[in-house]
Write a protein that binds this ligand. Sequence first.
Ligand code: ATP
Ligand code: MG
Length: 307
Amino acid sequence: MLKTTAPAFGEPYRGKVREVYELDEETLGIVVTDRISAFDHIMKQAIPYKGQILNNLAAFSFDKVDDLVNTHIIDVPHPNVTIAKKCDPVPVEVVIRACLTGHAWRVYKSGKRELCGVKLPDGMVENEHFEEPILTPATKAKEGHDEDISEKEILDRGIVDEKIWAEIREKAFKVFERGRKVASEQGLILVDTKYEFGLYNGEVTLIDEVHTADSSRYFYSDGYEERLAKGEKQKQLSKEFLREWLMDHDFQGLEGQTLPDLPDEFRWEVFDRYAELFKELTGKQFEPTSTENFVKELPLIFEAYTL
Ligand SMILES: Nc1ncnc2c1ncn2[C@@H]1O[C@H](COP(=O)(O)OP(=O)(O)OP(=O)(O)O)[C@@H](O)[C@H]1O
Ligand SMILES: [Mg+2]
């Protein structure tokens, strides 16, 4: 398990996946750990090398969109570490969906024809593409589950300034289009994704991670139409694999349910899925880097970026 202490740099903010150190007033040192979460719970066992895969996937994808949007990336000096601009996070998860999948499908199946203020046409089937991608934001709750919210409510409640929101939604759709293009060139469909934005010196900036296995769903393009027509499951490259395993083990994050242990064999299967997405999307084989000396290396890495 990746140990991430760097006492000289204070206590990090420990998110579900990332440990965020403040290197100075403008700079964050973000360590992407091997932790994995699902249904808002951190699993008791980590996934080997997941942090490296995720951090490198994010770096790859940030690079693909940085002509469209300001990104928080300053540098990626180690497979587990990103040095980033410290932004004021905008407290909204900016979710864009190309397909009727996951949460959107569950809402649709229950008979509703509106999601986050977006009207949904009748007669759609699971995993079908919308005519155009839709924006279905969620509030970034300090604790507990994120909740769906409409764009109108975001503005009415003053959660985000109108001008800033207009820029965020425009950027989000553009970045999503690019993500779809990058994916489709590799034979993948970008199904849906979640963006986080922040303000850096007042400028809208894409933060956290982008188009990774944790923040996005991908399908294989090959056979998508046939599977859709037959009502079969799609071939997924995402965390859905873990969610399904958990549901098979009676866990959906509901009260009274016990978080199951992830057996070693299954942890390596999850690793395989992450490595597969890395290979499919970047065209490169994932090569693990040893983290044996990470505790010693981390302060040295950070030092290079402090004022
Ligand atoms: N450039 C940035 N500036 C400020 N905050 C950032 C930046 N990049 C990421 N973050 C924040 O750092 C945290 C990353 O940790 P992680 O992804 O593990 O958190 P999480 O558990 O998903 O979310 P949270 O901790 O907010 O519930 C998130 O809260 C994210 O919003
Ligand atoms: Mg996160």
